[in-house]
Design a protein around this ligand. Structure first.
Ligand code: ADP
Length: 421
């Protein structure tokens, strides 16, 4: 298998531009990120972020036409943040009327078992997103508020909610079920949901397209390695395993999260360290992972420490990388067993796309599984999907840049215009 030249790739999205652009909004607990997307080529026409909403001063950034404007503003809530963003479009461009915004797409973290696909937003959808807040207490309330203010301010275009969990609603029951008392699990919605679904689904589709294959004919392992990190096993386009669970805490070692850990560590720290549940939550989510081990969570810094002069810091950083890579290798092996045959293993997101050393180290010694990295191909840099395995391996190893905003934009057009996904 090889990468098809652009001109020979099927492009099911070539007509999407006739529908206009899509404004993609990501409302976090204290931030609003936005991107105006061209759904054909996928480029961001303009983008920006309002941070520290509700604090005394909020940094604001707006990029358009090669210029980036930064300001400090006072922004009380998400309504003011969106009003500010719309004001920046009017002042600095592009004119949203002329960009003919066809829909607004909202990234929503948790769709629970309720949402298995993107949906057109109405009052009932917003209520259900709020009702799912116990499963994502930091994210879903902010997502719902973001949708409400956007519907108020941009009432003349349809709004679509795209869920991070939706792709993984297709997981088989044996993969999403925890071996927990069934009554307790059912009453409280305790099961594996999986996250980063928009990215995993996008990468799986992109791989098939650039190889000129049908997604149904490929078994793929996708490693989404950003600050948050997750792996998935996808058989013929359908997910059969993923590493995140009830919340994004399960699975791989991440920038600041533990990933898999004996749940009894919670009991131990509660009983012996006198830590509260909230403190343990904070420890596992924000002060663990690579940061907990090496003191830094940006892989460029971790690598610098590992190769630096300070022997203590170098040892800690090297251990962090070893723990991170060991966990990844275990998942790759497990997903091989789940899939039986693996046609493609794809690296994506900040670390996966940029850290050649992590990619080489993770796959080192996995030749018996048909996995290897060609040093020259691996060292190359590109924004385009590429193959980094040598020509003799049975499994293609690829680097495939993800683009969640583009995936959301295209899903919006499919929902609004009733196109087949
Ligand atoms: P998220 O969306 O989860 O915040 P990203 O996918 O943007 O994360 O990934 C961010 C991470 O990617 C950074 O924390 C850093 O560790 C890593 N990263 C970004 N650029 C590079 C690079 N050039 N080399 C190594 N790691 C990088």
């Amino acid at each position: 298998m090889s990468i098809l030249p652009e001109s020979e790739r099927p492009n099911p999205y070539s007509a999407y531009g006739a529908h206009g652009s899509v404004l993609v909004l990501n409302s976090g607990s204290s931030s609003l990120k936005y991107q105006l997307v061209n759904p054909v080529g996928g480029e961001a026409i303009a983008s920006g972020v309002v941070e520290r909403i509700g604090e005394s001063s909020s940094p604001v950034k707006h990029s358009y036409g090669g210029n980036t404007t930064r300001r400090e503003e006072t922004v009380a809530d998400h309504g003011e943040a969106l009003r500010l963003a719309l004001g920046l479009f009017a002042e600095l461009g592009p004119d949203l009327e002329r960009a003919s915004v066809h829909a607004v797409g909202h990234r929503v973290v948790h769709g629970g078992s309720v949402f298995s696909a993107p949906v057109l937003v109405d009052d009932d959808v917003v209520r259900k997103i709020r009702d799912l807040s116990p499963l994502a207490p930091l994210h879903n309330p902010a997502n719902a508020t973001g949708i409400e203010v956007a519907r108020e301010l941009m009432g003349d275009v349809p709004h679509v909610a795209v869920f991070d969990t939706a792709f993984f609603q297709a997981l088989p029951e044996h993969a999403y079920t925890y071996a927990l008392d069934r009554a307790v699990a059912e009453e409280h919605g305790v099961r594996r949901y999986g996250f980063h679904g928009t990215s995993h689904q996008y990468v799986v589709g992109k791989v098939a397209r650039v190889l000129g294959r049908r997604v149904q004919d490929l078994n793929q392992i996708v490693l989404h390695l950003g600050n948050g990190a997750s792996a998935s096993a996808v058989a013929g386009g359908v997910p059969v395993e993923t590493s995140m669970g009830l919340t994004p805490l399960e699975g791989l070692v991440m920038g600041t999260r533990t990933g898999d850990i004996d749940p009894a560590v919670v009991f131990h720290l509660s009983r012996n360290a006198g830590m509260s549940i909230d403190e343990i939550d904070d420890l596992f989510n924000k002060r663990s992972g690579v940061k907990g081990l090496a003191g830094e969570n940006d892989f460029r810094e971790v690598r610098r420490l590992a190769e630096g002069e300070d022997p203590e810091a170098a040892k800690a950083a090297r251990l962090a990388l070893d723990v991170y890579e060991h966990r990844l290798r275990k998942y790759i092996g497990a997903y091989h067993a789940v899939l039986g045959r693996v046609d493609v293993l794809a690296f994506t997101a900040g670390v996966g796309e940029n850290d050649a050393a992590v990619r080489a180290e993770v796959l080192d010694g996995l030749e018996p599984l048909g996995l290897s990295v060609d040093p020259d191909r691996n060292a190359g840099r590109s924004d385009e999907p590429r193959i980094i395995s040598p020509s003799w391996t049975s499994t293609l190893v690829m680097v495939v840049p993800t683009n969640e905003e583009l995936a959301i934009a295209r899903q919006c057009i499919e929902v609004v215009d009733g196109l087949p996904a």
